[in-house]
Design a binder for this molecule. Structure first.
Ligand code: SAH
Length: 238
């Protein structure tokens, strides 16, 4: 066994005791798994934005999955949320949020509300958050969860997010949590100059690329490939 592994086992036994006295509350039995998630899945993989890490330590991910899966909510994997959809792996939520470089005062649009978890994370950082979900049952459930967990400020809508939310455009940030084959033109159009569009792009048959697309102050589009990813498809309303 390597020294590093040994140290982490020692820490594994001591830290929960320290954390238990300082941070565990009766109403939230998942404080320690959440802090461990941030340490082992996010900090260890290079997420450095302090405000993103603070939010990931705070948002109760276990309340955004079915109670049967709550004990797995802080694991290093996506989880089913019904209708063949998934809540993204925690690391991806943190990475996409970090890439978005959200500032207080920003207006943010999410495509693919799903469980509402990513929207809650965004709501902790941005002034206004709008989120669109195409599947009615998921959109309705997410609305209830967001209200019940104190994220009532997130505005939600059922519909095809391909077209964005024209009445509320333009946005500082647009974050897409389902993969289109190509970047939807309406979303580029609804980005403010200086804005960031975070989107996994590519066909379902292949690996997709998580892209950060910036609209420069003069309106030019600059694309950056960040990492290969796998997301559920962005489907179109018939
Ligand atoms: N952000 C979510 C995870 C979403 S999974 C969370 O934090 O839980 C992707 C979601 O995108 C699914 O719920 C899927 O139904 C939705 N989706 C797929 N195509 C869409 C479209 N065209 N418009 C809006 N939502 C879409």
């Amino acid at each position: 066994m390597k020294a590093g592994a040994f140290v982490s086992i020692l820490f594994g036994c001591c830290l929960p005791l320290l954390a238990a006295s300082a941070e565990t509350s009766v109403s939230d039995p998942y404080v320690e798994p959440r802090l461990r998630m941030v340490r082992e899945q996010m900090v260890a993989r290079g997420i450095t934005d302090a405000s993103v890490l603070a939010v990931m330590k705070r948002v109760p991910r276990h309340l955004f999955v079915s109670s049967m899966l709550a004990h797995s909510a802080y694991g290093d994997f996506p989880l089913p949320i019904g209708e063949n959809q998934t809540i993204s792996q925690p690391y991806l939520v943190a990475l996409m949020t970090e890439l978005a470089q959200i500032r207080r005062g920003d207006k943010v649009l999410e495509i693919g509300t799903g469980s509402g978890y990513q929207a809650a994370v965004l709501a902790e950082l941005a002034e206004q958050v709008f989120s669109i979900e195409i599947l009615k049952s998921l959109g309705e459930q997410a609305r209830k969860t967001l209200d019940a967990t104190g994220y009532g400020k997130v505005k939600t809508r059922i519909g095809d997010g391909y077209n964005g939310w024209p009445e509320e455009a333009p946005f500082d940030v647009i974050l897409v949590t389902a993969a289109p084959d190509k970047v939807p033109r309406p979303l580029l159009e609804q980005l403010k100059p200086g804005g960031r569009l975070i989107v996994p792009v590519g066909a379902q048959s292949s690996v997709q690329s998580l892209q950060r697309i910036r609209k420069t102050p003069t309106g030019q589009i600059v694309k950056e490939d960040v990492i290969p990813v796998r997301f559920v498809p962005l489907v179109r309303q018939q």
